[in-house]
Structures are given as structure tokens and as C-alpha cells.
Design a protein around this ligand. Structure first.
Ligand code: ADP
Ligand code: MG
Length: 183
């Protein structure tokens, strides 16, 4: 849907484990939206500066310009003519991000967000259950299990660190299917 037709907003979530293509899919939707002459802005949390300060970058090196923010309330400052807002790594924001997404959708914006649904213990990640229940549309992606090659829905930490938030790549995490994750 392009801007001139957009008379209502909604929230769509892209979730799944690490390496499942969430960022890739977010970038794909946003680039198509630009072709359809929408005005977009993309945000990511300050914590996630793995690749770049002003881009979101997928593991296969697709990218799109983004704004890095520490305080999620900054998202509410988007100019009126922006009709689509993308947010990557939403699980790193605190719970006020939920009301922010609702407010944006209620202002007729399309809000496309991407995030990890489970943490490295296989449990719901922070605000994700709540944002999933607010969303109109949900896409759950799978990765490929790094152990057996089946579809993976879990993120296994292969380093010894214990905290819930630990940034890392294939050095610290792998994608697992249910059976390999719980083994
Ligand atoms: P996410 O944002 O979900 O972590 P990305 O969109 O950044 O994922 O990256 C997806 C890409 O990661 C895939 O297209 C593929 O090239 C690469 N990749 C690396 N490891 C795996 C894996 N175990 N399963 C699937 N894709 C993987
Ligand atoms: Mg990602």
C-alpha cells in the first residue's frame, strides 16, 4: 500500500532465531516500500552497533540506512510525512516501545519491526510476547540448524557467558532445531 492510500496503520512483526533472515526480510520490505513511493525511517537500538552506526546490516550484507537511538521515545518525533517506520532488534528496547508502536500505528503509520522471539535459553525475549500480541501481522522465520541442517527456531549460545543480552555472531551463537537445542 502506498502513502496516498494509507488511511490506517498497523503493526507487523518479523521474528525468529538468530540467522533466520529477520533483518534481511525487514530490509526487503522497506526497500519495496521505497519503490512504492512511501516515506520511511528505520531505527535500531544503540546497543546493536555490530556492523555500523548508521546502517542496519544483515548477516548476508544487505543494508539500509538507519538511525541509532538510545531512547525509544525519539521514534515519536518522526515527521508527519513519514508513513512507514522500521525497527530492528526490537527486543533490546524497554517496554515503553510497545506503547510507542501502538501510538504510531494509531497515527496511520505502518510499523514493521523485527526481533528475536526467544533468548538463548529458549524463553520469551523481554517485550516480545507483548508486542506479538499487539501486532496485526506476524511472520516467524526459521534458520538452518548448524548441527543437523533441519529448520531452526532456537538460538543456542556456544560461549560460556550467562547474561541475557550478549552481542555476538557465529563465534557466540548458532541456530538450532528443537531436538539439537534441548540435547
Ligand atoms: P537475523 O536478522 O535473523 O539474525 P539476517 O537477516 O541478518 O538474520 O541474516 C540471514 C542470513 O544469515 C542468511 O541469508 C544466511 O546468509 C546467513 N546465515 C548464517 N548462518 C545461518 C544459518 N544457520 N541459517 C540460515 N542462515 C544463516
Ligand atoms: Mg538481525
Amino acid at each position: 500500500m502506498n502513502k496516498k492510500n494509507q488511511t490506517y496503520g498497523w503493526i507487523e512483526v518479523i521474528c525468529g532465531p538468530m540467522f533466520s533472515g529477520k533483518t534481511e526480510e525487514l530490509i526487503r520490505r522497506l526497500k519495496r516500500a521505497i519503490i512504492a513511493k512511501n516515506k520511511i525511517l528505520v531505527f535500531k537500538p544503540e546497543i546493536d552497533n555490530r556492523y555500523s552506526e548508521d546502517l542496519i546490516v544483515s548477516h548476508n550484507k544487505n543494508s539500509i540506512e538507519s538511525i541509532t537511538i538510545k531512547d525509544e521515545k525519539k521514534i515519536l518525533d518522526v515527521p508527519d510525512d513519514i508513513n512507514i517506520i522500521g525497527i530492528d532488534e526490537i527486543q533490546f528496547f524497554n517496554e515503553s516501545i510497545i506503547d510507542i508502536c501502538i501510538e504510531l500505528a494509531n497515527k496511520n503509520k505502518r510499523v514493521i519491526i523485527s526481533g528475536l522471539d526467544k533468548d538463548f535459553k529458549g524463553k520469551p525475549f523481554g517485550i516480545m510476547p507483548n508486542i506479538l500480541s499487539e501486532a496485526e501481522y506476524i511472520t516467524k522465520l526459521n534458520a538452518i540448524c548448524n548441527i543437523c541442517g533441519n529448520y531452526a527456531f532456537f538460538t543456542k549460545r556456544i560461549s560460556k557467558d550467562k547474561e541475557q543480552i550478549l552481542l555476538g555472531e557465529l563465534d557466540k551463537y548458532e541456530a538450532n532445531c528443537r531436538s539439537c537445542f534441548y540435547k
